[in-house]
Design a protein. Structure first.
Lengths: 163, 146
């Protein structure tokens, strides 16, 4: 029949003209919501109650952080640059030598982190940003206020505030 | 002399591959985007050695506001919430420690925070049996070292 020949075939298609618009909208969304935040830090192991060790102060390398952010290294004022040269020869002779970092209650957190960072770096390889000078990580201990209070209750003095 | 007719070429930018590039970028952002549980802006202390923090770590945030220092806590999945005091923080930490005792904790503290507040936080975490703590830091640069 003649009628059938006149029906025009409509081609099926999915319109993709707006696809790029949608795609770029999504890109902008992810770019805006992406957070480039600090996700790195210094690892620190807390001692459990059953493995607390007592550290003899006279045998240890002793850091005392003061309120103004400065610190004493074995009772002498020091800077971060001096830590490496002072600590490495001592730890080479005695790798297990304890290092005590005592911060006064009002000392800024930043100062303690600075010292801790410098000590951790001693045993880390240069490709990881360390100095690679020691084979064994230093034995760092940070006494808590409750430990100090226990000592004060027993002996009547704060061992870290005696000159 | 008879001059040849110059045929004008139509200038156009091919856009056929634009959608491919766009989808590639979408996939990149979808894979790399992290929805942080804590987005508090805190001036962190700087260190030259830094380790990547484990995914899903719990957060203890100490940041300075006009009225003083404020604690915030996140269990690593939900957004961080402000806490009224250290007792509330201890309750949160103890509750989480019972569910997941091996959970690592991130301390995200203002660099000027008095050490006694960090000390109290560490003591609270230690009492709850937490073993791994990461002190969140920013990268120390050559300029910082002076």
């Amino acid at each position: 029949m003649g009628l059938r020949d006149r029906i025009q075939k409509v081609e099926a298609e999915i319109s993709s003209a707006s696809m790029a618009d949608i795609a770029f909208l999504l890109i902008i969304f992810f770019m805006v919501t992406a957070v480039f935040s600090a996700t790195k830090g210094l690892d620190f192991k807390l001692p459990s109650d059953d493995e607390q060790q007592s550290t003899e102060e006279q045998e240890a390398i002793f850091f005392k952080v003061l309120e103004d952010g400065t610190f004493l290294m074995d009772k002498r004022p020091a800077t971060l640059d001096e830590i490496r040269d002072y600590v490495v020869p001592k730890l080479e002779r005695w790798p297990d030598k304890p290092i005590i970092i005592y911060a006064r209650p009002e000392a800024p957190y930043e100062a303690l982190v600075g010292i801790y960072d410098e000590l951790v770096k001693l045993a880390k390889p240069p490709e990881n940003g360390g100095y690679g000078l020691l084979t064994k990580p230093p034995n760092i201990s940070i006494p808590t206020q409750s430990e100090i209070n226990e000592y004060v209750a027993l002996f009547g003095v704060n061992p870290f505030e005696q000159d | 002399m008879r001059l040849k007719k110059v045929q004008a070429l139509k200038a156009y930018i091919p856009t056929a591959s634009m959608a491919d590039i766009a989808f590639l970028l979408i996939i990149f952002f979808m894979v790399t985007t992290k929805f942080d549980v804590d987005r508090t802006r805190v001036p962190l202390p700087k260190s030259s050695f830094r380790e990547e923090v484990p995914k899903g770590s719990a957060y203890v945030v100490i940041h300075r506001e006009e009225g003083g220092y404020i604690y915030k806590f996140s269990n690593g999945e939900d957004p961080s919430q402000p806490l009224p005091d250290m007792t509330a923080l201890a309750a949160q930490v103890n509750a989480l420690a019972q569910v997941d005792p091996t959970k690592p904790y991130i301390i995200k503290a203002d660099k000027g925070t008095p050490y006694r507040m960090i000390d109290e936080t560490l003591e609270t975490l230690r009492r709850a049996g937490v073993e791994t703590v990461i002190m969140l830091t920013e990268q120390k640069t050559v300029e910082d070292q002076g």
